[in-house]
Design a protein around this ligand. Structure first.
Ligand code: SAM
Length: 272
């Protein structure tokens, strides 16, 4: 079973793990990657910093409405709830256990409205209002279809609203190779190692693919922020935890090296 499938059960045995992954299930961000301490505690801070970076880049202010699609334990919503007021915050996640935990740990404050909904991001429920921002942080690769998700967002976003995508992007240099191997081998290796609870299929695409999805769904790619180097220390920390078999080793170190050589990038994409 993949590492992230049994995360909640592991928290009870390992409080340090809960500090690292109790709020966010995403990579860490180090402004200066050479300063990474390589500890789980430092990783927890870096994971917070990634959400902070996304919030800053989005240009979110008090009083707006935000949908976090694939919200996990709601860590980003929790930070927004702490730092801003009069927000309308909705988190959607396909895994009920994560939604239950998010509801337990994040309580509305600062006159914010907070709601967590168990649903598929590609088949969003009817909301009472349109959103100013939709955030999809490190999860779109496991959604059934990026294009369907973009269409769903288009229906639920105000005119002038922004869609912020954080994703792994395949470099053109290995695009052909990746496409060839993804369906047969890489997909299975990745889901076996990291987890299959929410999906048994992952798909990584290029920036060009993203531009085309944007064109087909009436979105314009406004900004691309490459933070591959800033997330790189994540691999050595996470790999120590997840490598339990030869397959895990191949997958985890393979992704680490692809990232090190910029063959898989980690980017924040802002669409409007
Ligand atoms: C790597 S985690 C990221 C979680 C969260 N965005 C964060 O930054 O902490 C990926 C998340 O996507 C969720 N997910 C996967 N497929 C989904 C879908 N079709 N609809 C909604 N959530 C989904 C998973 O349950 C998981 O919580």
């Amino acid at each position: 079973m993949g590492y992230f499938d049994i995360l909640i059960e592991k928290f009870a045995e390992d409080p340090e793990l809960e500090k690292a992954f109790g709020q966010h299930i995403h990579w860490g961000y180090w402004e200066d990657p050479s300063q990474s301490k390589g500890t789980l505690l430092d990783f927890g801070i870096a994971a917070n910093n990634l959400s902070q970076k996304v919030i800053q880049l989005s240009g979110i202010n008090n009083g707006v409405s935000i949908l976090d699609a694939g919200c996990g334990f709601g860590g980003t919503i929790g930070m927004l709830n702490n730092d801003f007021s009069q927000l309308n915050l909705v988190g959607v996640n396909i895994d009920e256990a994560q939604v239950i935990r998010a509801r337990e740990i994040i309580k509305p404050k600062n006159d914010n409205y907070v709601e967590f909904v168990c649903a598929n991001a590609c088949d969003l429920p009817k909301f009472q209002q349109l959103f100013d921002y939709v955030i999809v942080l490190e999860c779109i690769f496991s959604f059934p279809s990026r294009e369907t998700f973009f269409q769903e967002v288009r229906k639920n976003l105000k005119i002038g609203g922004k869609l912020i995508v954080v994703d792994f992007i395949i470099n053109d240099k290995i695009y052909y190779f990746w496409q060839k191997l993804e369906k047969e081998i890489l997909n299975r290796l990745i889901t076996n190692t990291y987890g299959t609870k929410a999906t048994n299929k992952v798909k990584f695409i290029s920036l060009e693919d993203y531009k085309n999805i944007g064109i087909n769904t009436d979105f314009k790619l406004e900004k691309v922020i490459d933070i591959t180097k800033n997330v790189q220390p994540t691999y050595s920390i996470i790999n120590r935890l997840i490598i339990q078999s030869f397959n895990d080793w191949i997958t985890a170190t393979g992704l680490e090296y692809f990232s090190f050589f910029d063959l898989i990038k980690y980017e924040i994409l802002v669409f409007n």
